[in-house]
Design a protein. Structure first.
Length: 487
């Protein structure tokens, strides 16, 4: 046997040779032939120059833009029009700013506060207030428009009554005093379905149906829990007109309600609270201008009396005694601070908002909204904004008894924006066929101010704003006095 040669030739497998040939062909395909490079007018690796027509079109467009700009700058008439237009826009914004319809919201908050505020609002039913919820949906410049003044309860009804037509004084029952009895206290009939007209009445509300702020660290976590029992109970409701805007209704036009026998001035809380909601009959101007002075509107006067539990907690808190573990103690302290302040305005003229402690706010929502007939396209929006609170600092005034027995809160819807007044005018006919729950809360922010507790609440059924009662007011013009039969 002869041994194999030491340097035998090594053969490459067939599949390896095939792969090598494929790589060579791929490389050759990426290399551009020289004749094509010369035809394109460039060297290898360079992009061929653009066509002459494209370059000419681009240059002509640039020259046209420059010519138009020079024409605007050099033309005195065009320059004058620009200056006049800018001055007019500045004048309009200045007027709206002075009227309070447009305001500049400073963005001096830190990034941490903005993040925590956004988190809290996202966790609290898509927005703490109407204007917070609307903030992400309005097509306006952020930080320039007052969202609080654009807050609109989005319940669109028929356009009935929007022209200001309402009952004449001669057809209204006449009252000599506001006793809280013109609207009866009763539950709505059980056989009435949502959407059908029902008798105008009111009933006691359940405060636990209202979700309020709860700690700890509400600005960051945004927790909300059902409210504890209300601090005041409703004892009377009046829907009245007087030929003028009704201010300081109680005790000027009626006696204080009975109740709260254990109250004394040392409690530092009022025995009676009156809430006067002043509603217009017409929409008023759309952009600027005063609301029509001849629109006297109508007032919904609500009277509340302190509960025995509130008076006992207020007395213990005022005297510095141990108050136990009642969860309503922080709300009682907030009430004492607001009553001592004597105004709805916040300290140091601060702007009411998400972090404003001690701000009065109102909540209202329509019950059984899923059974109320609404346009299909509007139903998601209505369900989203139903029950959003409104801060009353910009729209109301507070009157306090020097003796400390009573307090009245008047808030005027005329001070709100035109969209709000327009929707409320369209809602008047729809209110006769729904039941609504209204509540009032003093806003808390810090842990020692939480949980919030409903100040007072009630349920309104079939509210008829056009056929309320009439009462003579000395402040009304002589031509607007009652001209009907004697009481």
């Amino acid at each position: 046997l002869t041994p194999p040669p030491l340097c035998a030739p090594r053969r490459t497998p067939a599949h390896s040779r095939t792969r090598a040939r494929a790589r060579v062909r791929a490389c050759r395909g990426r290399v551009r032939p020289k004749r094509l490079q010369r035809r394109a007018g460039g060297e290898r690796g360079e992009r061929p120059p653009p066509r002459v027509g494209v370059q000419a079109a681009a240059g002509a467009m640039e020259e046209h833009r420059a010519e138009r700009l020079r024409g605007v700058v050099e033309d005195p008439d065009a320059l004058f029009g620009i200056v006049v237009g800018a001055a007019f826009v500045l004048l309009v914004f200045s007027y709206l700013f002075l009227r309070g319809r447009v305001c500049w919201v400073p963005t001096s908050t830190s990034s941490r506060e903005r993040r925590t505020s956004s988190l809290a609002r996202s966790m609290s039913s898509d927005g703490e207030t109407w204007y917070d919820a609307l903030e992400d949906h309005l097509p306006v410049t952020a930080g320039m428009v007052d969202y609080a003044s654009r807050a609109v309860p989005l319940l669109l009804g028929e356009d009935a009554g929007a022209d200001g037509n309402h009952a004449s004084p001669s057809s209204m029952p006449r009252l000599t005093k506001l006793l809280g009895t013109s609207v009866p206290k009763q539950e709505p009939p059980s056989g009435v379905c949502p959407g059908e007209k029902m008798p105008c009445s009111w009933s006691v509300g359940d405060a636990s149906e209202c979700k309020v702020r709860a700690g700890p660290n509400y600005p960051k976590k945004g927790l909300k829990d059902p409210s504890l029992p209300a601090l005041y109970e409703c004892v009377g409701v009046d829907i009245v007109s007087a030929g003028c805007r009704l201010d300081e209704a109680i005790p000027r036009l009626g006696p204080l309600p009975a109740g709260g026998s254990s109250w004394h001035k040392g409690c530092r809380v009022p025995r009676c609270i009156t809430v006067n909601c002043q509603l217009p009959f017409v929409e008023g101007p759309k952009l600027w201008g005063e609301h029509p002075p001849e629109d006297a509107g109508v007032s919904v006067v609500l009277q509340f009396v302190a509960t025995p539990e509130l008076l006992s907690m207020a007395e213990a808190t005022a005297s510095g005694e141990a108050v136990g573990s009642d969860g309503r103690i922080p709300a009682v302290r907030l009430l004492q601070a607001v009553f001592e302040r004597g105004t709805l305005e916040l300290p140091n003229k601060a702007r009411p908002g998400f972090y404003s402690s001690g701000a009065m706010k109102a909540l209202a929502w329509v019950e059984d909204l899923e059974n109320v007939e609404l346009p299909r396209l509007l139903r998601p929006t209505v369900e989203k904004f139903n029950g959003k609170p409104v801060l009353l600092s910009n729209y109301g005034r507070m009157f306090v008894d020097p003796g400390g027995e009573w307090m009245e809160i008047d808030f005027d819807v005329r001070l709100m924006s035109w969209p709000t007044k327009s929707v409320l005018c369209k809602l008047r006919e729809r209110l006769r066929s729904v039941s609504a729950h209204a509540a009032f809360v003093i806003q808390g922010t810090q842990d020692d101010e939480l949980p919030e507790v409903v100040l007072g609440n009630l349920r309104l059924h079939g509210m008829d704003l056009e056929h309320g009662a009439w009462i003579d007011d000395d402040r009304a013009p002589a031509g607007a006095r009652f001209a009907g039969a004697s009481p």
